[in-house]
Design a protein around this ligand. Structure first.
Ligand code: NAD
Length: 359
């Protein structure tokens, strides 16, 4: 089991160190190799995704990623900005399926901006198509408007497109994931307005014929955005395109109130994956030892489950995380009165201690 460890920038190095510590406490053998990515790689090699880092990632079964970025790189030309490393890894590894669970732990329901009864026990999985849609569709650019009321005026344009194979493969991923959970898929589209998403809906419906044991519902994206804050527990698996998924997964993340708790996975057809917390490099708290490492530790659990075929080890880590929350340990971002405030390292140590206590 070969893992490429890419901590990145800001709190990335602090939180990944804790996830590596947790992996080391399992009775499993991993080959882990670390490399620079993002701003750190730019400083050392002049590029956010150096050839050597990309090669390491390509040769690994999975990539454990921290976070990249810092405001000091905002003035760099786009191709050299730290965030380009993530786009490069997605592209070169063909990571088309993004998994973002939104789980609201019993002890953290108060952290949500919604009423506790709406989010208590929330467990939804958003599956976002990651390599197509309007984010990558060609042609795109700027030109003089060729027609209409503003003909000749400068305009910008992008192209929304999805091919049948792209929709089929993400639909299969969603139905298969739902089979292992609540057996319900909500496919989110905008079929009432967009040709691309009428096609999306048609293809998802066709693929569904192969999964009679899974319930399928279709929902327009505007309604999905409303339902997520009105009755989020109605959802099990949500599958949608790149842009809608980008927006809805952040909305769903906020239902739990604590971005420091949310893992994510991006997978290709060979189940090779990139595992990272849903948050960024948090430059405002970097180096202070206060960042919450649990999203990264839970990302490592997802890595064990989806890429490394070790579901029991994944369960053990998830149980250990629940145990430390039940013990009342909290990093600053999830702290509330009556609980015990701990730093990044202490939180990692506590998870390791719970793992060892499981025997
Ligand atoms: P952010 O997610 O880094 O931080 C948002 C807020 O949440 C901050 O107040 C931060 O302190 C807090 N926070 C985030 N993670 C936390 C954790 N584990 N524990 C405790 N608090 C945490 O988003 P931002 O401030 O908008 O972006 C900062 C940098 O990160 C930017 O350069 C941005 O481009 C980059 N970024 C990277 C990724 C990634 O690497 N995947 C994702 C988003 C943003």
């Amino acid at each position: 089991m070969k893992i490429a460890v890419l901590p990145g920038d800001g709190i990335g190095t602090e939180i990944v160190a804790e996830a590596v510590k947790v992996l080391g406490a399992l009775d499993l053998r991993f080959e882990m190799e670390q490399a620079l990515v993002g701003g750190a790689a730019y400083e050392a090699h002049g590029h956010p995704l150096p050839e050597s880092t990309l090669k390491l990632a390509q040769q690994a079964d999975a990539v454990l990623f921290g976070a990249v970025g810092d405001w000091k790189y905002d003035k760099l030309e786009r191709a050299l900005r730290p965030e380009q490393a993530i786009l490069g890894l997605r592209k070169h590894l063909g990571l088309f399926a993004n998994f973002r669970p939104a789980i609201c732990y019993e002890q953290l329901t108060h952290a949500s901006s919604l009423k506790p009864e709406l989010v208590a026990g929330l467990d939804i999985l958003i599956i976002r198509e990651l390599t197509g849609d309007i984010y990558f569709g060609q042609p795109r650019g700027r030109r003089a408007s060729p027609d209409g009321a503003f003909q000749g005026a400068p305009e910008a344009f992008d192209t929304m497109r999805y091919s049948r194979p792209e929709i089929e493969r993400i639909a299969h991923v969603a139905f298969q994931a739902a089979r292992k959970r609540g057996k319900k898929v909500t496919s989110v589209d905008k079929a009432n307005v967009l040709e691309t998403f009428q096609f999306w809906k048609d293809v998802v419906t066709e693929v569904h014929a192969q999964y009679p044991d899974v319930e399928l519902e279709h929902m327009y994206v505007d309604n999905a955005a409303m339902q997520l804050v009105k009755a989020p527990k109605k959802f099990d698996v949500i599958v949608t395109g790149n842009m809608f998924g980008d927006i809805l997964s952040d909305e769903a993340a906020m239902l739990t109130g604590s971005i420091g708790m949310l893992p994510s996975a991006s997978l290709n057809e060979r189940k090779q994956g990139l595992y990272e917390p849903s948050h960024g490099s948090a430059p405002d708290i970097a180096g202070k030892g206060v960042a919450n490492p649990l999203a990264t530790i839970l990302s490592a659990a997802m890595m064990l489950r989806f890429s490394l075929d070790q579901p029991e080890a994944a369960d053990r880590i998830e149980r250990a995380v629940q145990d430390v929350l039940a013990q009342g340990l909290r990093t600053a971002d999830i702290f509330s009165e009556g609980t015990t405030r701990v730093g990044t390292k202490e939180m990692g140590d506590a998870v390791v201690a719970r793992l060892k206590a499981q025997g």
